[in-house]
Design a protein around this ligand. Structure first.
Ligand code: HDE
Length: 703
């Protein structure tokens, strides 16, 4: 053991490794071998990173300690302002692969060649909550994708819901203020269940369609991997001949659609506030890459003129039955970020980032967004040079004369920083009329004014269409969500105003909500600018349950095990899950794991109180008799079983689990969603059952 003095500290070497003993007696490593020397930002080697420079052993700290000052200075400024909306997000890298050439529709380079891959960065987010808010807040999810195409970055900045709350961007600050924490008290965080939000909604009839969507299970997705994405607005595609078609963009998850139930969401926010980001991170790290297909709804002016609603109104969808979604490629997310701050936090999306071949329409919300996204980056990223950050920079060549500013690190060389100039080849880039972005030459006329088009006036018909397109289970969830949220609203008049709107959507829904709120009498229906069209065709694509995964692939089974568990059952179940492309996690009384019947050690992924059943898509309770008796005494184990049952999950159990299931209060209610696992083949049969989302038949009995 070698010893030497560094400042006031002793270092010791044990074998090849140097260990530094701090004054507190802790052990620290110093540089040497493969470990680089710590430096300041200037590259000056640092001798002591444990103690600041003092005048004397117990004296004051000296101003000349440059290393200390640089370190604290930098730390003090680590945070940048979080996004004013969509602050909580999670990003990943991946690629887009075109299935076919769309040159008939668009000259966008990304869509020209079948099989071509384009790198991209996707960021998913909640809207209302602050950066540290929980993942399972009832909220719309942002679904933003930056494609690094060969002709510039194209940002498709969408949501997981195809409609929006408002029709004009001028109302966005009001909408968001009403949803966020109330300004006097600074709460509630990441939830719309409060007076201000529902006050605004109740006074904004155009938001009622969106209100139905956000009260559906769309706002509590099981995972970011199992939700759809939508560009929301109508855009244009322009082909090489200058012909324009209208388009709406859709992302369809290959995994299918899946959500949690509300009671689960509430509990998940405590048990794992990072549930969605952890799920995405783990899936990608395990090589189980999430995939979405890009779909286009393409239509022409004639359809736009004949459609019941205005295609520029972002509170409306175009049902897929009316304009089918044409699948044109896929997005695969296959790489986690290396640094959350540099990539996920600093990525700057912008609706204005379009490429030749794609263009805006006059949707007033989209027009307003085009102003907002560029503007917001200056507050957040502090410099007009945010596009110099690697995650934002194009990956195709770029040349322009914009220069200087804070932190510019792409600095043009040469004499010319203006154009036109007469410096020939040395004079820098020039415009390119053939290749360059050309806006579609749409005719414009009309008097200047602040308008809301008459064609935007129907606020209830599509809300009704959405509601009646849901399965009864989902309709029940929507009614329950309204009752939950409005029960947190303290002002009676606001509760009544919402019910008055719901009367224009569906009387049965309004009745259920009024009943759930204990309203003494039914209000009059809200005044409607247009009567509700009641015979719009239902659309199956609007339901989550009808578009579920149909497989256990990419989903997770939680298996509660104890010492003495039958190893054959465990083996059979594990094999069945993995064969299906799912994941199994063992939950045990202790994190050290359990010893199975044959002495095999089963490693635990979770200790029982850290692994509640809400974390899993389905559960199995595989325990020995003694194990069940011991677990029956533990509230966490009883909750594991009782919650799984209450959340309509499929439950597999060994015969010996009875003592636990009895104590959990579910033994006498065992139903067809529960399967006793007594022989090897039961494992596969159970996973077969789990292909369905949940055992919904149970829900009505629990009500
Ligand atoms: Fe956004 N929105 N938004 N939004 N939005 C932002 O831009 C805004 C809207 C959406 O992961 C902000 O960089 C206005 C609709 C996503 O970084 C800001 C209006 C849709 C993200 C902004 C809307 C979205 C944002 C905040 C009304 C779905 C997160 C930080 C006209 C189609 C992107 C930022 C990411 C972020 C403004 C409405 C989606 C302030 C003014 C509709 C996915 O610029």
């Amino acid at each position: 053991m070698a010893k030497n003095k560094v400042g006031k500290l002793d270092t010791v070497a044990i074998g090849d490794q140097k260990i530094l003993r701090g004054t507190g007696g802790e052990l620290h490593q110093t540089a040497g071998g493969d470990i680089p020397t710590l430096t300041t930002q200037q590259g000056t080697p640092v001798a002591d990173d444990q103690n600041s420079l003092r005048a004397g052993q117990r004296g004051p700290t000296l101003l000349e300690d440059q290393h200390f000052r640089e370190k604290i200075f930098h730390f003090d400024h680590e945070r940048i302002p979080e996004r004013v909306v969509h602050a909580r997000g999670f990003g990943a890298h991946g690629y887009f692969e075109a299935y076919e050439s769309l040159s008939d529709l668009t000259k966008a380079d990304i869509f020209q060649r079948k099989g071509e891959k384009t790198e991209l960065f996707a960021r998913f987010s909640t809207v209302a909550g602050n950066k540290g808010s929980p993942d399972l807040a009832r909220d719309v999810r942002g679904f933003a994708v930056k494609f690094y195409t060969k002709e510039g970055n194209w940002d498709l900045v969408g949501n997981n819901i195809p409609v929006f709350f408002i029709q004009d961007a001028i109302k966005f600050p009001d909408l968001i203020h009403s949803a966020k924490q109330e300004p006097d008290r600074g709460f509630p965080q990441a939830q719309t269940a409060h007076d201000n939000f529902w006050d605004f909604i109740s006074l904004t009839p155009e938001s009622i369609n969106m209100a139905l969507w956000i009260m559906s299970d769309r706002t509590i997705p099981r995972s970011l991997r199992f939700m759809e994405g939508f560009g929301v607005h109508t855009f244009r595609l322009i082909n090489a001949e200058g012909k324009s078609s209208f388009v709406k963009f859709h992302w369809k998850p290959k995994q299918g659609l899946q959500s949690v139930v509300w009671n689960e969401a509430v509990k998940l926010n405590g048990a794992d506030p990072d549930f969605h980001r952890r799920d995405m991170w783990n899936s990608i790290k395990m090589g189980n890459y999430p995939e979405w297909e890009l779909g286009l709804q393409v239509f022409d002016e004639k359809f736009a003129d004949e459609f019941e609603f205005d295609v520029l109104d972002p509170t409306k969808i175009i049902p897929e039955e009316q304009v089918p979604v044409r699948i044109v490629g896929r997005m695969v997310l296959d790489r986690c970020v290396d640094n959350f701050f540099a990539e996920t936090e600093q990525v700057a999306f912008q609706t204005g980032n379009l490429v030749p071949g794609i263009d805006f329409t006059n949707d007033p919300l989209l027009q307003g967004r085009n102003f907002s996204y560029l503007d917001t980056q200056l507050s957040r990223l502090g410099s007009t040079n945010f596009n110099h950050l690697p995650v934002n920079a194009p990956r195709c060549p770029f040349h322009h004369f914009q220069q200087d500013g804070h932190m510019a690190f792409h600095n043009p060389t040469g004499r010319a920083n203006y154009e036109p100039n007469s410096w020939g080849k040395q004079g820098g880039p020039r415009e390119n009329p053939e290749k360059g972005f050309q806006s579609y030459g749409e005719d414009m006329e009309g008097a200047k004014g602040r308008y809301r088009s008459e064609t935007f006036a129907d606020h209830y018909s599509q809300a009704r269409q959405f509601y009646v397109s849901q399965t009864p289970v989902e309709q029940g969830h929507i009614a329950d969500a309204f009752v939950f949220e409005l029960s947190k609203v303290e002002t009676m008049a606001i509760r009544e105003r919402i019910v008055a709107h719901l009367l224009n959507v569906d009387e049965d829904l309004a009745g259920k909500v009024a009943d759930g709120l204990g309203l003494k009498s039914m209000p009059k229906p809200a005044d409607a600018a247009r009567p509700t069209i009641t015979d719009l065709k239902t659309s199956d694509t609007l339901s989550i349950i009808l578009n579920g995964p149909k497989s256990f692939k990419g989903r997770k089974l939680g298996a509660l095990v104890t010492d003495g568990v039958d190893i054959d059952l465990v083996d059979a179940l594990k094999t069945a899950v993995e064969k299906e492309g799912g994941q199994i996690e063992f939950v045990a009384p202790k994190i050290g794991g359990v010893k199975a019947s044959d002495g095999t050690l089963i490693e635990a992924g979770q200790k029982i109180d850290g692994g509640p059943s809400i974390l899993y898509d389905a559960v199995a309770i595989l325990v020995s008799k003694d194990g069940a008796a011991a677990l029956a005494k533990q509230p966490a184990a009883r909750d594991f079983a009782a919650d799984a049952f209450a959340h309509c999950k499929f439950i597999g159990y060994s015969e010996e689990a009875r003592a636990l299931l009895e104590k959990a209060g579910i033994w006498s209610d065992i139903d067809d969603g529960c399967k006793m696992l007594s022989k090897k083949s039961d494992g596969a049969a159970f996973i077969d059952m789990c292909r369905d989302l949940r055992f919904w038949d149970r829900e009505a009995k629990l009500a």
